[in-house]
Design a protein around this ligand. Structure first.
Ligand code: HEM
Length: 457
């Protein structure tokens, strides 16, 4: 039975009755797509080949020696839960449109990729999403990147070892154009956070039955069909069993100092005092620093980070329509196909504690940020739609609600208001939108092919 990507039931991957085609799908799918792979330590390598035979040989060798399948990854996670046995590092490969061409695929063949945004590449999409001009990107991203290689693990040493080993195999004809290092950050509760100090990575589309079953799901259904992230791999032997995913990579620098000043100034201008001051930042993000959704509670705190909520009973008096998580997932039933599987990681070292209340002057203003990464079945209808039609759109849902204060790009020329008291109609005087504190430094669109394709190169 061919794998049905639109099946609404989450995948019971461990079931004894799992059919052969689904097993083969999981045996040929890269890990980290259907379920996040641990990547506290992450090395991201951007490579350019200059000889197609060399490039093919390199990718085939990496795939056969170092890459595990999605099924192997899920088994490792299960075994770790049962016996504490550590899994193996994650190695992922994404190929850009230019990379496929360099590996010998013709322009006609590339049309088999249904996503025209992938076929364009990120450099040609700058105007669509209001990105900085390519000439302003970091040098490595201005070049023609063929492949992204991700190496991740819970510990630093295996990543360093594997990175050296893989680079040792790199043919003379290839070049490493750039490299990023990601490193996870956690708050005292142990939750993963990003540089502004907020819990991140909590809300995700879930595809696997064991993950879905652990979630409270009275209001928001976290289960999504595989079609949100998988498409048939056009160059693999079987279109029914061999799948891949479009992968967006963006290096997003965060001016933490400026964001903390904005939080402070907004709290001052709304007259928020004491613990209420945290609501200023929560209205920008949509969640308090500890992850509590501001649409559900006026103050932070109260147990595990919730995700079982919608904005249905909130006309913007609790969570403004511009709040980052409201912009990027308004939680309507008819927009569920837009949600991507986010797999980002923070980068940059800092001496201060991102989650505490230290004054803005002590915060970094550059060199730290998010390596934004996400899996899509359509870059056009998911990542780009989210960035362009929601985050950058000041008239999102209602006129003049403003840009996404975290990731919105483009002129912020309209004035906005904020609720002064949580849940009450009283709003602030119209004020200028908060300044942009996240800057895109470069990136690319890739396709993460099936292992069946990579092994056969
Ligand atoms: C959620 C921060 C970039 C899309 C979140 C959350 C935080 C956050 C703190 C809440 C945690 C959670 O609900 O999982 C940031 C920061 C960014 C950034 C600091 C840049 C430096 C982006 C980009 C996109 C995006 C570029 C897409 C265009 C989302 C989505 C969610 C989310 C879809 C989940 C919303 C939900 O389902 O409730 N982000 N983010 N983020 N972000 Fe971002």
């Amino acid at each position: 039975m061919p794998v049905d990507l639109n099946n609404a039931q989450p995948l019971a991957w461990d079931s004894a009755t799992l059919d052969r085609d689904t097993k083969e799908m999981l045996d040929n799918l890269q890990p980290n797509i259907l379920r996040a792979h641990v990547r506290e330590h992450l090395s991201v390598l951007f490579i350019r080949f200059n000889d197609s035979a060399d490039g093919r040989r390199f990718l085939r060798e990496v795939a056969t020696t170092h890459m595990k399948s999605a099924r192997r990854h899920l088994e490792e996670v299960r075994d770790f839960a049962r016996s504490g046995r550590r899994g193996t590092p994650y190695v992922g490969i994404g190929v850009s449109k230019a990379g496929y061409r360099d590996l010998g695929h013709s322009v006609e063949e590339l049309r088999l990729f249904g996503d025209r945004v992938f076929r364009d590449g990120m450099k040609r999409r700058v105007a669509e999403v209001n990105d900085p001009a390519v000439t302003e990107w970091e040098a490595a991203y201005q070049r023609e990147i063929h492949v992204v290689l991700l190496i991740g693990d819970a510990e630093a040493a295996p990543v360093a070892r594997l990175r050296d080993e893989i680079l040792g195999r790199l043919p003379e004809s290839a070049r490493v154009l750039g490299e990023e290092s990601g490193q996870g950050m956690r708050n005292p509760a142990g939750d993963g956070i990003e540089h502004f100090g907020y819990v991140d990575g909590r809300s995700q589309p879930l595809f696997l039955a064991d993950e879905v079953e652990r979630e409270p799901r009275k209001r928001w259904n976290p289960a999504f069909p595989l079609a949100n992230v998988l498409v048939a791999d056009p160059f693999a032997p079987s279109r029914d069993r061999h799948f891949g995913s479009y992968f967006v990579f963006r290096k997003l620098e965060q001016n933490v100092r400026a964001f903390k000043e904005i939080e402070r100034d907004l709290a001052d201008s709304l007259g928020l005092e004491g613990a209420d001051r945290d609501r200023a930042g929560a209205m920008l993000v949509g969640r308090f620093k500890d992850g509590t959704p501001v649409t559900s509670k006026a103050k932070a705190g109260g147990g595990p980070v919730a995700n079982d909520f919608t904005f249905d009973s909130d006309d913007g008096a609790k969570c403004p329509f511009s709040g980052h998580i409201r912009k990027t997932n308004p939680r309507f039933e008819d927009i569920r196909h837009v949600l991507m599987a986010r797999r980002g990681q923070t980068y940059g070292e800092r001496a201060d504690q991102p989650w505490d209340d230290a004054p803005p002057e002590t915060r970094p203003s550059a060199e730290v940020g998010l390596l934004f990464m996400a899996f899509n079945s359509s870059l056009e209808n998911q990542f780009e739609f989210t960035q362009r039609d929601w985050a950058n759109n000041a008239d999102f849902l209602n006129p003049a609600t403003g840009h996404d204060p975290v990731i919105g790009q483009g002129d912020r020329d309209i004035k906005v208001t904020f609720p002064k008291v949580w849940g009450k109609p009283e709003v602030s005087l119209p004020q200028g939108q908060v300044a942009q504190t996240v800057t895109m430094l470069g990136g690319e669109y890739f396709f993460m092919p099936s292992l069946a394709y990579l092994r056969a190169l």
